[in-house]
Write a protein that binds this ligand. Structure first.
Ligand code: FES
Length: 105
C-alpha cells in the first residue's frame, strides 16, 4: 500500500492505490486541508507542496493548471484533491497566496 507523509507533523498514513492526497489526509489521518468544494477540484484551496515521490502521483490536471498555473516544475504545488497516489509520497500543506503560514496539521 502507498504511504503518504504529511509535513510538518510527519504524520504518515497508508492508503489504497488511487486515493487522492485530500482523502488520505482528511479521512485517514485527520489532517486539516483547506477546502470550500470538499474535493471537487473547483475551489483551489487544497494546496500541498510535493517534497518527495512526485513520480508516484497522477499527472497534473487541467483543474490544477487553472488554479495553480503552469509552473509546477518550479513550485511543486498540487491540488490535493486532484493528485492520486500510486506510491510513497511526502507532502507539506502549502499556504494560499497572501497567507504567511500553511494550515496547522
Ligand atoms: S478541495 Fe477544492 S480544489 Fe481541492
Amino acid at each position: 500500500m502507498p504511504r503518504v507523509t504529511f509535513q510538518p507533523s510527519g504524520t504518515t498514513v497508508e492508503c489504497a492505490e488511487g486515493t487522492t492526497l485530500f482523502d488520505a489526509g482528511a479521512r485517514a489521518a485527520g489532517i486539516t486541508i483547506e477546502t470550500a468544494c470538499v474535493g471537487k477540484g473547483t475551489c483551489g484551496l487544497c494546496r500541498v507542496k510535493v517534497l518527495a515521490g512526485a513520480e508516484a502521483l497522477s499527472p497534473y490536471t487541467d483543474e490544477e493548471e487553472k488554479h495553480l498555473g503552469n509552473l509546477y516544475h518550479l513550485t511543486k504545488v498540487r491540488l490535493s484533491c486532484r493528485a492520486r497516489v500510486h506510491g510513497d509520497v511526502t507532502v507539506a500543506l502549502a499556504p494560499r497566496p497572501g497567507r504567511s503560514r500553511p494550515p496547522r496539521t
